[in-house]
Design a protein around this ligand. Structure first.
Ligand code: SF4
Ligand code: SF4
Length: 166
C-alpha cells in the first residue's frame, strides 16, 4: 500500500513489529500483535498499488474487464502503465465497508498482495489510531495497552470474536 503524500516505497510494508513484555497486558498486546481488529485505518491512510496480477484478480472478482476496472478504480495521478494505484473514494479504499467498530474488506478473497503482507501491530501508527478512535485505548512506549479497564475488557472480547472468525 502506498500514500501519494509520501514517496511510495515497499519499505512501509516492513515496519518493525511491536515487542511484547511479560506483564498481564502482554497477553493482550501479544494477541493484538497477531490479529487485525478491523478498524480500517490502514485502508484510509494508504492507497493500494496493484501489479498486473492484482489488477487481473480484482477485475475478475468484480466481473469487469481490466480496462473497465482501471476506468472505475485507477487513480489518474499514477503514472504507471503496468501497475494501477487504486483511487480512494470518500477518504478510503473503495473496497472498504463497515460502520461502528468494524470495517471489512469486501474483496477479501482476492485481497491484493500488499494488503495481505500488511500485518497489524501495536507499533503501527494506523493501528494505534484505530485503537484510540474506536476503543479509547493507547499504546505506551513499552508496547502496553493503556485505557479504562472496561474499554480494555471490551476490546479483548472483540479480539476473541475476531480470533474465532479467522
Ligand atoms: S483492498 Fe481491502 S484490505 Fe486492501 S486497502 Fe482496500 S479495503 Fe483495505
Ligand atoms: S490499522 Fe491495523 S488493526 Fe486497523 S485495519 Fe489496519 S491492520 Fe487492522
Amino acid at each position: 500500500m502506498v500514500s501519494l503524500s509520501m514517496h511510495p516505497s515497499p519499505s512501509i510494508l516492513h515496519r518493525i513489529q511491536g515487542t511484547c513484555y511479560n506483564t498481564h497486558m502482554a497477553i493482550i498486546t501479544q494477541l493484538f500483535d497477531l490479529i487485525c481488529f478491523r478498524c480500517g485505518e490502514c485502508c484510509r491512510r494508504y492507497q493500494v498499488l496493484l501489479d498486473r496480477t492484482g489488477i487481473a484478480l480484482l477485475s475478475k472478482h468484480m466481473g469487469l474487464s481490466t480496462e473497465d476496472f482501471r476506468r472505475r478504480y485507477a487513480d489518474p495521478r499514477w503514472p504507471g502503465t503496468n501497475t494501477c494505484l487504486v483511487q480512494q473514494i470518500n477518504g478510503s479504499c473503495p473496497f472498504l465497508r463497515g460502520e461502528g467498530r468494524e470495517f471489512l474488506c469486501t474483496v477479501h478473497l482476492n485481497k491484493p498482495q500488499p494488503c495481505r503482507d500488511w500485518a497489524a501491530s501495536p507499533a503501527k501508527l494506523e493501528c494505534q489510531r484505530g485503537l484510540q478512535k474506536l476503543w479509547k485505548l493507547t499504546v505506551d512506549s513499552s508496547g502496553h495497552l493503556q485505557g479504562m479497564p472496561e474499554d480494555i475488557s471490551a476490546f479483548q472480547g472483540f479480539l476473541n470474536t475476531c480470533a474465532k472468525e479467522e
